[in-house]
Design a binder for this molecule. Structure first.
Ligand SMILES: Nc1ncnc2c1ncn2[C@@H]1O[C@H](COP(=O)(O)OP(=O)(O)O)[C@@H](O)[C@H]1O
Ligand SMILES: [Mg+2]
Length: 281
């Protein structure tokens, strides 16, 4: 973070977000920065405020104070729909799929392609053929090889395949960024690997991804930067290349603190970890 070139404007930013529920302060002046082309992991203990943070960013809740900037412009989302219209797609932990419908219908849920002419505009007839074609192209592009039948009913899919459908839908309609809340939490090793591959592919196609996760090995496998959330605030942003999983967990629990100069200090002020250059007090 010390380049001499000016920092590019982050794709998505938040400054001083506050959200209170009665006596509980879920967000206590939270900052956030997502840069172009990155996978940013958001980690933190249960109740740290991670879900509230991403809900504020995706329009699912309105913060009591603070501001959100998309491409450097202040935005105020009053609903997830407004955030979606601005290009922010979110995959919630509860996938919000329609199990009884097929893959293609799920991909276009709420955004169906209508037939052209009067059939579409007056009779609201769906262009199922166009949707199936677009859905297949999208799944192929994302390399979701295990989901071959676009007409397959979603409740017959495995957990990983359902997750893939939800992620594909986000990738399909997201134009600025994709947010995912714990996408691998309910998945086995192989299925998690598939979803991580998918996240990588989305990033490589140019959409930055915000990944909320508890899973340190996954975070270290895929994240370009790690945002550590604690007690409703961002307490650190670190690189998985410069810090260990143990250090990140210690930042999450408060056992370690990250100083402005990059030093990691414990509760007694003892320096335990250093960045590459010499520390000076
Ligand atoms: N709708 C709500 N009503 C009351 N308290 C809430 C609500 N949503 C979240 N909280 C509280 O806010 C805090 C942060 O929650 P959350 O963002 O879900 O944490 P995380 O996702 O990091 O586990 C918790 O103490 C939680 O109980
Ligand atoms: Mg949560």
């Amino acid at each position: 973070m010390k380049e001499s070139t000016p920092e590019p404007v982050p794709v998505l930013q938040a400054r001083g977000l506050v959200k209170r529920y009665g006596r509980v302060t879920a967000l206590n002046g939270s900052d956030f920065d997502l840069h172009a082309g990155e996978v940013l992991a958001v980690v933190g203990d249960n109740g740290a405020g991670k879900s509230c943070l991403i809900k504020a960013l995706s329009g699912a809740l309105t913060a009591d104070a603070g501001e959100i900037l998309l491409d450097g412009q202040i935005v105020r989302f009053h609903s997830p729909l407004e955030a979606r219209r601005a290009g922010i797609e979110t995959v919630y932990q509860t996938l919000a799929l329609a199990p009884a419908m097929d893959i293609s219908s799920n991909l276009f849920l709420g955004r169906e392609t209508r037939r052209t002419g009067i059939l579409g505009s007056v009779f609201r007839m769906l262009d199922k053929r166009a949707m199936n074609r677009d859905a297949q192209v999208q799944l192929d592009n994302l390399g979701i090889a295990t989901v071959q039948q676009i007409g397959q009913i979603v409740e017959t899919l495995s957990g990983g395949q359902r997750q893939a459908v939800a992620v594909a839908r986000a990738a399909m309609f997201g134009t600025r960024l994709v947010i995912m809340d714990e996408p691998t939490a309910a998945l086995g090793v192989k299925e998690s690997g598939m979803v991580l591959d998918l996240i990588r592919r989305i990033r490589d196609r140019g959409l930055p991804v915000v990944l909320i996760s508890h899973d340190m090995p996954h975070v270290f496998e895929i994240a370009d930067r790690i945002h550590v959330h604690r007690l409703g605030q961002r307490v650190a942003v670190v690189s998985p290349k410069e810090h260990t999983m143990t250090e990140v967990v210690s930042l999450m629990t408060g056992a370690l603190r990250l100083e402005e100069n990059g030093e990691l200090v414990d509760a007694t002020g003892h320096v335990t970890g250093l960045p590459d250059e010499d520390a000076h007090t």
